[in-house]
Design a protein around this ligand. Structure first.
Ligand code: THU
Length: 121
């Protein structure tokens, strides 16, 4: 996935790309962007979500996440929570550069993302 090659990851050297497919057919790409103050780093997935929302798209078919790993890499907890804001059962496709893929639903990776928070069920 081309966007992974645009990741700014001088500290970890771990390049991640994410493509979010909107229900309207548009696609939104994100890559990780690191910072010398490490905690300011933003993951590929969240950058894709924020690009989509800024473009007026909030309904998604799926997200595809790609990294150069042995086993397809899973999204971090923060990204799971951000994705759940828009679709707690989103289809998540994980892939590596060799073309191996795995498919999950977000509800498998992050059960009960909003239970109790602000009194939501
Ligand atoms: N990273 C992502 O972009 N997405 C993930 O799901 C896991 C981690 C990035 C953050 C950081 O730039 C690097 O990978 C190492 O954690």
């Amino acid at each position: 996935m081309e966007v992974a090659g645009r990741a700014y990851a001088p500290y970890s050297k771990f390049l991640v790309g994410a493509v979010l497919v909107g229900k309207d057919g548009r696609i939104f790409a994100g890559c990780n962007v690191e910072n010398i103050s490490f905690g300011l780093t933003i993951c590929a997935e969240r950058n894709a979500v924020f690009a989509a929302v800024a473009a007026g798209c909030r309904e998604f078919e799926k997200i595809v996440i790609v990294a150069d790993t042995e086993v397809p890499a899973s999204p971090c907890g923060a990204c799971r929570q951000v994705l759940a804001e828009f679709d707690p059962d989103l289809e998540i496709v994980l892939a590596n550069f060799r073309g191996q893929t795995e498919m999950f639903r977000l509800s498998q990776l992050l059960p009960r993302p909003t239970a109790g928070i602000l009194d939501r069920s």
